[in-house]
Design a protein around this ligand. Structure first.
Ligand code: PGA
Length: 254
């Protein structure tokens, strides 16, 4: 696990102001577990309210436009997300790729726009069940990532994280084996070293995502080259999300 594991909640299209109390409770819990970096990506409408209340956790967006401004009805630019208080943005999530037809090239353009606006980026990748069953998961994911990542990133070690999220594990309660997670994260590590050099490539945190819960977080986070977790369903309550943060903190004590 990374020296400072990174546990990120992705609220997806969940949450109105009534959920600010959960965000506050997550922030208070994170203050007690400072060795773990905790962050939350609520929907756009809650970025500013969560940012105003949070003392410890970073707040982020779940997407941004590749364009800096202009006639793009309904879109939000990276600069707007940053202005609302976002410090990072999740890009290339499989739900964006599927529901909005985002290509690797689109994801790369969004990442470049996000970096230009001063945001950090969590770039997502992951294979379908058919691809995994065909034994092509690693080849698919490394190709997808290579096409989605910007060719150069200033300060990549600090500003870029990658999230490996097998599509068939998202919201299903199923997870890959620890061995499969380690094998994929090792393959991603090798790609990052190839793209960004030994130093940055080895420091970029690679998060695992897909049905992470307090009960399985310990073993998943202990796998080779797993530097944190991207958590959907289990980030919606402070109780379960902090259970995962706790599991990361416990691993650091070992
Ligand atoms: P899940 O979602 O934890 O609900 O499986 C993870 C994600 O899609 O980021």
């Amino acid at each position: 696990m990374a020296e400072r594991p990174y546990i990120v909640g992705n609220w997806k299209m969940n949450g109105t102001r009534a959920m600010l109390s959960e965000a506050r409770a997550i922030d208070r819990g994170a203050q007690r577990l400072m060795k773990v970096e905790v962050a939350l990506a609520p929907p756009f409408t809650l970025i500013h309210p969560v940012h105003r209340e949070a003392e410890q956790i970073a707040v982020g967006a779940q997407d941004c436009s590749a364009a800096p401004d202009g006639a793009h009805t309904g879109d939000i630019s990276a600069t707007m997300a940053a202005d609302a208080g976002a410090k990072f943005v999740i890009l290339g999530h499989s739900e964006r790729r599927q529901d909005h037809g985002e290509s690797d090239a689109t994801v790369r353009a969004k990442a470049e726009a996000a970096f230009a606006a001063g945001l950090k980026v969590i770039l997502c990748c992951g294979e379908t069940e058919e691809t995994r069953d065909a034994g092509k998961a690693e080849a698919f994911v490394t190709r997808q990532l290579e096409a989605s990542l910007p060719e150069t990133v200033d300060g990549a070690a600090e500003r870029l994280s990658v999230a490996y999220e097998p599509i068939w594990a998202i919201g299903t309660g199923r997870t890959p084996t620890v061995e499969d997670v380690a094998a994929m994260h090792n393959a991603i590590r090798a790609l990052l070293v190839k793209l960004y050099g030994e130093e940055a490539g080895n420091e970029i945190r690679i998060l695992y995502g897909g049905s992470v819960k307090p009960e399985n977080a310990g073993e998943l986070l202990a796998a080779d080259n797993v530097g944190g977790a991207l958590v959907g369903g289990a980030s919606l309550t402070a109780e379960s999300f902090l259970g995962i943060v706790n599991a990361a903190a416990e691993l650091l004590e070992r």
